[in-house]
Design a protein around this ligand. Structure first.
Ligand code: ZN
Length: 504
């Protein structure tokens, strides 16, 4: 590995010792929560909950200790730090400040509120009863405004929350970003809804779980997911977790009449896992052994899911083996039909079920609403109406209930604001990566030749290996030669969907 990145000094520091203790505690907490949602018996949930709370409290004590402050200050006083130590100090300072600026008793109140709010939201969603959730949401928003008061902001208050998920992100940058998306996707979707529709009726055919599991194995093999450092399990909602490059696990969910669901969630989560597993050994099990931002993490999952997994080349690669698993009754469906069905675009209410084209419109609705909330431009009571008006404007449809409208996502009940835009940034980053990649390697040829591992190696060299060493904006400008922008993404969408729907 390059001489530029040497962790010998960092591993002798007090900062490493303290953060290593936090890392080891977090390994225990990660496995407890992973186990809880992948089949642990219910009987032990109380003691497991206590263990998780204890671990979190011990880690918090170290994180806000005088020892930690001294360890950071000691390194900040040194000049000419190597790249790994410098990045670790930057990261440690950021985490220390964000933890210490807000009084502990306020954080505890907030944590109790969101635990309760989450239960209330679950019931309110089922009952289509926004009024039951509204007072909790109002209090969660007030707490977030208080946090911003403690932490300060540049520009507008909402920027502080955006920065938590994507370092350096602001409403000024996102307004331009979403403006470009809106001007392209809204008219393109309109042309698509007026064009001849893609027939995807076969995707709801019954596929038993054992066959879907075999498909998952096929996909993980094609993508090169190392099962010696990873594992697939089942949970209600797919996700990725683990200990960074040492071990990263994924989950999926199987539906008898939607095998595309498990297929594309396995590809998506494998994308997250390949990023985690691809980091350089010098930073393994350190505080830099993590994805650099939510947006960049999502760029990797979406690159594998959409750019690779929804390509014609990928469908040609897996077609014979897929049909062998599905059985003879599927033989009559040509590969082109699978490819087209996997890329069908249409307006829908639910973000998590949205297709590649309309996905960012769902995010834009949430971004504009969150921005208005923190600018003081909208009250909680007005949210359902505002939500529905924006769906009508951008997607051309009006949610019939709040269950499939403003109540659909869990993020707000958990206290998270500023998170949603990273999903769209991930799509745009992925298109920007593709634009640079096309100048150096032949993506389609590699997929057809069953050499996806060479694509992963390329991504590893440009992105994965750095973990948190470089800030996200620098990571991208270093290898694409330009700042984040929406231009490549809208060009990619126009090209792909005009082709699919014969709009050219
Ligand atoms: Zn993801």
């Amino acid at each position: 590995m390059s001489q530029l990145y040497d962790s010998t000094f960092f591993k002798t520091t007090k900062l490493f010792e303290l953060t290593d203790r936090i890392f080891l505690l977090s390994c225990g907490a990660t496995m407890l929560s992973f186990d809880a949602v992948t089949g642990a018996p219910k009987g032990g949930s109380a003691v497991r909950g206590r263990a998780e709370a204890y671990i979190a409290a011990e880690a918090f004590k170290i994180a806000v200790s005088d020892e930690m402050r001294a360890a950071i200050e000691e390194l900040e006083a040194l000049e000419n730090l190597d790249a790994i130590t410098a990045a670790a100090v930057r990261q440690a300072r950021r985490e220390y400040d964000s933890r210490c600026k807000i009084p502990v008793h306020i954080m505890r109140e907030f944590s109790e509120l969101t635990t309760e709010a989450n239960h209330v939201w679950e019931d309110a969603k089922v009952a289509n009863d926004f009024k039951a959730f509204a007072p909790y949401l109002a209090r969660i928003i007030d707490y977030n405004k208080t946090f911003i008061d403690y932490r300060g902001y540049t520009g507008v208050p909402y920027n502080t929350l955006l920065d938590d998920y994507e370092l350096g992100m602001t409403t000024d940058k996102l307004d331009i970003f979403f403006g470009t998306l809106k001007n392209t996707i809204v008219p393109l979707l309109k042309r698509i809804t007026e064009a001849e529709q893609i027939d995807d009726s076969f995707v709801t055919r019954y596929v038993p779980k054992d066959k879907q599991k075999a498909i998952s194995e096929l996909l993980m093999n094609k993508l090169g997911y190392d099962r010696n450092r990873g594992q697939l399990r089942e949970s209600a909602h797919p996700f990725t977790t683990g200990f960074g490059s040492a071990e990263t696990r994924i989950t999926t969910h199987y539906y008898d009449q939607s095998f595309f669901y498990s297929m594309y969630s396995v590809i998506h989560e494998t994308g997250h896992a390949l990023y985690e597993l691809g980091k350089m050994p010098e930073i393994a099990s350190t505080m830099l052994d993590d994805g650099v931002s939510m947006g960049v993490h999502e760029s990797q999952s979406r690159f594998y899911e959409n750019v690779i997994g929804r390509s014609r080349a990928f469908w040609e690669l897996i077609y014979d083996e897929l049909i062998a698993i599905l059985g003879d009754e599927w033989k009559g469906i040509p590969v082109e039909s699978f490819y087209r069905a996997a890329n069908k675009a249409e307006p829908s209410f639910i973000r998590t079920e949205a297709d590649e084209l309309t996905y960012s419109l769902h995010i834009m609705v949430r971004y504009e609403i969150e921005k208005a909330i923190f600018a003081g431009g909208v009250s909680v009571d007005e949210l359902p109406e505002l939500w529905n008006a924006k769906y009508k404007e951008y997607l051309g449809i009006t949610p019939p209930t709040d269950t499939v409208g403003v109540l659909q996502d869990t993020h707000w009940s958990g206290g998270s604001f500023g998170y949603f835009p990273s999903y769209s940034l991930g799509n745009a980053y992925a298109a920007q990566i593709l634009n640079t990649m096309n100048k150096e390697i032949d993506l389609e040829a590699l997929i057809r030749a069953d050499k996806i591992s060479e694509i992963t190696t390329w991504l590893g060299e440009k992105i994965h290996k750095f973990g948190k060493i470089k800030p996200p904006a620098q990571l991208f400008t270093d290898f694409t030669g330009e700042d984040l922008n929406a231009e490549h993404y809208v060009k990619y969408l126009n090209n792909k969907f005009e082709g699919l729907y014969n709009l050219k």
